[in-house]
Design a protein. Structure first.
Length: 220
């Protein structure tokens, strides 16, 4: 049976995240049997080495956190992360191009990264706090067309993160065409459980350990 830990991408993406922090992150991920660790590209080789004898996957962010760089740069970044051992890529959608209604550009940006990483999992971060309802729906449709595996709500770097309203709207739009990762601001067991009840497939959080401690306390 899948338990809450199996849904968590244990995340450390701050500019100040040190090698020591990555070592701690990977130890915690092994201890709690999280699904993956989510790190910036530079730390992929270190995380991969630290997790070599475990089932914990390595997830790398690309075009993070703004999504505003050239597609070729995102493609290079994604390929490098995969070559270094990443199992999954979380890329940020080009928000400015979505706002410009340059939907072809938003599509090719995602498509090219997906093509570059072959059969590895691609999650596309929408940054929902910056988008209107219609923009979220449009972004979801583009993600489906571009063959993204997951829609991810937020970077954790904007004014707010995941919301249940947005998660429900994303699910209604993509139906079974893509999985959903709720991320940004998920700090408690109660909130994490609400997203799982809403049917998300993954949780991205930097508070995974305290969520697990809450769970252990609840079950003791
Ligand atoms: O990708 C996940 C987010 O960066 C995590 O955000 P958080 O620090 O609010 O949990």
């Amino acid at each position: 049976m899948k338990t809450i830990n199996n849904y968590i991408d244990h995340t450390a993406l701050k500019p100040t995240t040190s090698q020591k922090d990555i070592k701690t992150l990977c130890e915690e991920a092994k201890q709690h049997r999280f699904y993956s660790v989510c790190v910036n590209g530079h730390y992929v080789p270190l995380a991969k080495a630290l997790l070599a004898k475990s089932n914990v996957k390595v997830c790398a962010v690309v075009g993070f956190p703004l999504g505003a760089m050239a597609t070729e740069v995102k493609v290079f970044e994604a390929k490098k992360a995969i070559a270094d051992g990443a199992d999954e890529i979380d890329m940020v959608l080009n928000i400015g191009m979505l706002k410009s209604e340059n939907f072809v550009n938003v599509y090719t940006d995602i498509r090219d990264v997906k093509l570059a990483i072959g059969n590895k999992v691609l999650k596309v971060i929408l940054e929902i706090s910056e988008l209107s309802k219609n923009e979220i729906i449009k972004a979801c449709q583009i993600c489906l067309d571009a063959k993204a595996d997951f829609i991810k709500t937020s970077t954790g770097f904007s004014k707010s993160g995941a919301t249940l309203t947005a998660v429900k709207m994303i699910r209604k739009t993509v139906k079974k065409g893509a999985k959903i990762k709720a991320s940004g601001g998920i700090k408690t067991l109660e909130v994490a459980e609400k997203y799982l009840e809403a049917g998300v497939d993954r949780l991205g959080c930097s508070a995974g350990v305290s969520i697990m401690e809450e769970l252990q306390k609840k079950n003791s």
